[in-house]
Design a protein around this ligand. Structure first.
Ligand code: SF4
Length: 330
């Protein structure tokens, strides 16, 4: 928002570009979980564009982004977040888009030293170079600490009216926001990408290990955001809804997965991802019984539906917490 306002203030026409990778946290996840219902279900990119009065282009990069997540040449951050490759990829896409649509340069809100991986003095030039944007990439908030860019040299923008923000502190940004009368903005350092989340990354790593390769489909990464994931054996895992909103979300996957739910007691819907024999189904049914209202009952009836097979019902004794090894929880 600040970078846009600074550049708009120099009389430049600015439009926004937002990439949808599939790992975005906001909107979607808040809409699924009941406990998150009080959180605002806005798409922040759209909201920001509205505040700034600019056009926003939302670009789906789910397929192309896979290579960034699977093979990051600069490696991962503290979890499976490939921030440096990700920034390079997004700036590259933005640059291509800008050139195709007759724009002259790109701006980002990056600040030197603000992030440990992608916003260091030594990595910011890497993004400019590897993205192919080179000196058409302007970081208005730290521009005075970086080499001159093409728009500055050409006089399209005035370098003297740009900034020299540096470091993790955000006081100057907050002061500038006040000056621009921007009072509502995303929380500093608020996670907006699931790849920075340790639990989510553990689930993604488990998925790759179980499949024996590092591929994923869009549905895979969506399902990693939802439910309890337990892996009783290498060949399958059970995804159990934690509440009503997740139950409804998992219902959308009933045709693709073997799914099960208790019929004698109220309880969650669960999906099985992987290949199971009868004994595995029994374990899965006992797990489902454990997380439902029949957890203390002697016997719970669990109905199992496999794609293209007749449903069957198992009468099972719910697993107790002591029966569930901790390493089943992913
Ligand atoms: S946090 Fe996620 S979206 Fe942001 S740079 Fe890192 S990998 Fe990319």
């Amino acid at each position: 928002m600040l970078a846009t306002r600074v550049i708009q203030g120099q009389g430049v026409h600015v439009e926004g570009i937002n990439f949808f990778t599939g790992f975005c946290v906001e909107g979607h996840t808040h809409a699924i979980r009941r406990q998150d219902q009080k959180k605002q279900k806005r798409n922040n990119a759209l909201w920001v564009a509205e505040q700034l009065g600019i056009k926003l282009h939302i670009v789906d990069v789910i397929e192309e982004y896979k290579d960034v997540v699977i093979n990051p040449k600069h490696g991962y951050g503290s979890n499976l977040n490939p921030c440096l490759d990700c920034k390079g990829f997004m700036v590259k896409k933005a640059h291509e888009w800008a050139m195709e649509h007759d724009f002259d340069f790109i701006i980002t809100g990056e600040v030197i030293g603000q992030r440990p991986m992608s916003q260091r003095r030594d990595t910011m030039p890497v993004i400019a170079r590897e993205s192919g944007a080179h000196d058409r990439l302007v970081r208005p908030l730290s521009a005075k600490l970086l080499p001159q860019t093409l728009p500055e040299r050409e006089g399209w923008i005035d370098r003297d009216a740009l900034f020299d923000f540096n470091g993790r502190g955000r006081r100057p940004q907050i002061a500038l926001a006040k000056q621009f009368e921007l009072h509502d903005y995303a929380q500093p350092a608020g996670g907006c990408c699931f790849l920075t989340d340790a639990q989510y990354s553990a689930k993604l790593a488990d998925l790759w290990q179980a499949r024996g390769n590092r591929e994923y489909e869009f549905d895979d990464i969506m399902l990693l955001k939802v439910g309890r994931h337990l892996r009783p054996s290498e060949g399958y895992k059970v995804i159990i809804a934690r509440e009503e909103g997740e139950n409804r979300f998992l219902e959308g996957y009933r045709k693709q997965f073997t799914h099960l739910f208790a019929t004698s007691h109220a309880g969650p819907l669960a999906l099985i991802d992987g290949v199971t024999g009868l004994e595995d189904l029994r374990v899965a049914a006992r797990l489902v019984a454990r997380f439902g209202k029949g957890r203390d009952a002697e016997s719970v009836a669990v109905e199992i539906h496999a794609p293209s097979a007749e449903p069957k019902t198992l009468e099972v004794c719910p697993l107790s917490d002591a029966d569930i090894p901790q390493d089943w929880y992913i």
